[in-house]
Design a protein around this ligand. Structure first.
Ligand code: HEC
Ligand code: HEC
Length: 309
């Protein structure tokens, strides 16, 4: 491989593109010259040449093209050829400037890194609660959030179906700096097993019991029966009183906040579905994508959200 040639296309397609591109330019140029007329003086009888087209008795003169138009046309052809010489465009010919999209992108990224790394390094020294109060830092952190987290947690960080709200005080794993950093460094995998094997009756009883835990409308008798099953199979993760366990990411079931309530779905149906199918929320580890320094900043951003509430 030569630096003037890359191998993005096979030889045949590369030649195909080159022939078609140069052929079209050549054809456009030929078309211009083949039809060119410079002479618009009338002939001996005073007749002006016409194209032979006529409509309602009005004939179309065959006058030469305006000079400026002609020159502009030639200039576009020259520009096209010059461009194709300097930049990639002709099949595998890389252009004499050696410009590539990747090259330009890498250059811009390197420039940005050079500019931001010292700023990030300085922020990394500041403890998260203090950093969260720093307006300047939080403006930078918000950009990081919007670019990397908003796809899942929403641009207002209020989450959605399966994606936790980061602005409230209800945490699966904890909202203190240490917990936030662990979430961002290692990612999280919430695992709620399926309880299909307990049978439809038990699932209904458990559903009524969970509704009761959140003080929602429920069937008393079933909820009481569900309580016993809850104590033996659910309490280990969600705690006997239902307040959850942040070490496991087992949500609090007593505050009427539901990670898995789909729009328009009743709470009872959402619980039934969770119990039948299980749930497995996955938060991807971020450090490898965005780097340590940004993790620190964006953790402070998440921390700052509750200060606004
Ligand atoms: C691909 C989607 C996705 C992206 C991108 C993502 N998250 Fe998450 N995040 C999740 C899911 C899903 C969970 C819940 C995991 C679970 O159910 O156990 C979560 C959980 C969290 C939690 C724990 C919340 C709690 O209640 O304890 C925090 C904090 C968090 N994410 C912050 C972020 C930040 C900051 C970013 C950007 C740097 C980010 N997330 C990017 C999907 C995502
Ligand atoms: C092994 C630990 C574990 C056990 C046992 C367990 N859960 Fe869970 N549960 C979880 C985890 C973790 C989540 C969160 C899943 C996620 O983040 O995707 C969860 C989620 C839930 C949810 C969804 C809450 C929401 O906000 O939408 C409900 C309801 C629930 N569990 C009820 C129960 C009931 C009832 C039982 C007993 C039959 C039970 N769980 C047993 C760990 C457990």
């Amino acid at each position: 491989m030569n630096y003037l040639w890359n191998d993005s296309l096979s030889g045949f397609w590369s030649a195909w593109v080159i022939v078609i591109t140069l052929g079209s330019i050549g054809f456009a140029f030929w078309l211009l010259y083949a039809n060119r007329r410079t002479d618009k003086t009338p002939d001996a009888e005073g007749n002006v040449e016409t194209t032979g087209h006529a409509a309602d008795g009005i004939e179309e003169y065959d006058n030469p093209l305006p000079r400026w138009w002609f020159q502009l046309y030639v200039a576009t052809v020259v520009f096209a050829l010059g461009y194709l010489l300097l930049y990639p465009g002709l099949g595998n010919f890389a252009g004499v400037l050696g410009w590539t999209q990747e090259g330009q992108w890498e250059e811009e990224v390197a420039e940005a890194e050079e500019r931001f790394t010292p700023i990030f390094a300085q922020y990394e020294e500041i403890p998260i609660p203090d950093l969260a109060e720093d307006e300047e830092a939080m403006r930078v952190a918000e950009r990081i959030y919007l670019n990397n987290c908003a796809v899942c947690h929403g641009s207002n960080a209020r989450g959605g179906y399966g994606f936790p709200n980061l602005t409230d005080d209800n945490w699966l794993y904890g909202g203190e700096p240490e917990a936030l950093l662990t979430t961002l460094h290692q990612g999280r995998n919430g695992l709620m097993p399926s309880w299909q094997q307990l049978g439809a009756n038990n699932i209904e009883n458990l559903t009524q019991h969970v509704l009761a835990l959140s003080d929602l409308e429920h069937e008393e008798e079933r909820a009481d029966q569900g309580a016993a099953v809850y104590a033996s199979v659910c309490a280990a993760c969600h705690m006997p009183d239902g307040t959850g366990n942040q070490a496991l990411g087992a949500p609090n079931l007593t505050n009427d906040i539901w990670l898995y309530q789909a729009p328009g779905q009743s709470v009872a149906d959402s619980i039934r579905q969770t119990l039948r199918n299980g749930r497995n929320g996955h938060m991807p580890a971020q450090a490898s994508y965005i780097g340590e320094e940004r993790v620190h900043l964006v953790a402070a951003y998440v921390y700052s959200l509750r200060l606004e509430e």
